[in-house]
Design a protein around this ligand. Structure first.
Ligand SMILES: Nc1ncnc2c1ncn2[C@@H]1O[C@H](COP(=O)(O)OP(=O)(O)OP(=O)(O)O)[C@@H](O)[C@H]1O
Ligand SMILES: O=P(O)(O)OC[C@H]1O[C@H](OP(=O)(O)OP(=O)(O)O)[C@H](O)[C@@H]1O
Length: 215
């Protein structure tokens, strides 16, 4: 039997993902060691391999078949636009993709002004403004602390994740428009889905029943 390989996004989603896997009998103790610099972990008994990667790289590993299954935020799936199957909503990592800014920017949006938008998600922002709102905007790609951009005058608004809203509140910004809700998803390589259908379907069925019990 060949190994099934899982790519997990490091960061916020990793802990909950491992907890969920434990509930369906998939454990990888070694992965919990925070001091370890090891990148890939094997469960010999179950013939499974796990690795942690940067969130935006997870869809890449899955599309190329370097991982059969990936766990990643819906925001990353939408942004990366990779060829893969999105098969399950895990129901955690819930947040919203929003257009945010100072309250004063509401007028700019309303009147479809030529505005500048800072974001870590240029594809999502472009799709929203160009295809859904038919508004021409200039998009500036940033890699973090996006809320800074309108404060220091780099952009009029931002497109970013809002979870509790604390970051916005503490920086005098508000949600101006909601783009879509988000949560953690399971994605599967298109060839693996055919070749390893039985094993993958079993894992998905087990995950679904745990999610249902907890809902
Ligand atoms: N408050 C939140 N902020 C950011 N992401 C959140 C939040 N709540 C849930 N998420 C989800 O968790 C995923 C991983 O977020 P995390 O911040 O750990 O990684 P990242 O955005 O790739 O960050 P970094 O660039 O710092 O590694 C996001 O893609 C998103 O789907
Ligand atoms: O609504 P809240 O609960 O405040 O969460 C939203 C914030 O969390 C994320 O940032 P993150 O912590 O990932 O930092 P980064 O943007 O600098 O990567 C996101 O980009 C927002 O800034």
């Amino acid at each position: 039997m060949r190994y099934l390989t899982f790519a997990l996004g490091k960061g916020r989603l990793a802990k909950k993902t491992l907890e969920l896997f434990e509930k369906i009998g998939i454990t990888c103790e070694e992965m919990k060691d925070k001091d370890s610099r090891k990148l890939i972990f094997v469960n010999e008994e179950l013939k499974l391999r796990f690795f942690l990667a940067k969130g935006p790289d997870v869809p890449t590993y899955v599309e190329y078949g370097a991982a059969d299954i990936g766990i990643v935020g819906e925001d990353t799936i939408l942004e990366e636009q990779r060829k893969l199957y999105e098969v399950l909503d895990l129901g955690f990592g819930k947040c919203r993709m929003c257009v945010c800014g100072p309250q004063s920017a509401a007028e700019l949006l309303k009147h479809h002004e030529q505005i500048r938008v800072a974001t870590k998600y240029p594809h999502i922002a472009k799709d929203y403004f160009y295809n859904k709102k038919h508004q021409t905007v200039e998009i500036v790609k940033l890699n973090g602390s996006i809320e800074l951009a309108p404060i220091v005058g780099l952009s009029d608004v931002i497109v970013d994740i809002v979870e509790t809203g604390s970051t916005l509140r503490e920086n005098g910004l508000v949600v101006l428009e909601e783009i879509c809700p988000l949560s953690a998803r399971v994605v599967v390589n298109q060839v693996s889905m055919r070749m390893e259908n039985e094993r993958i379907t079993k894992i998905l069925t087990d995950l679904k029943s745990v999610i249902k019990q907890e809902a």
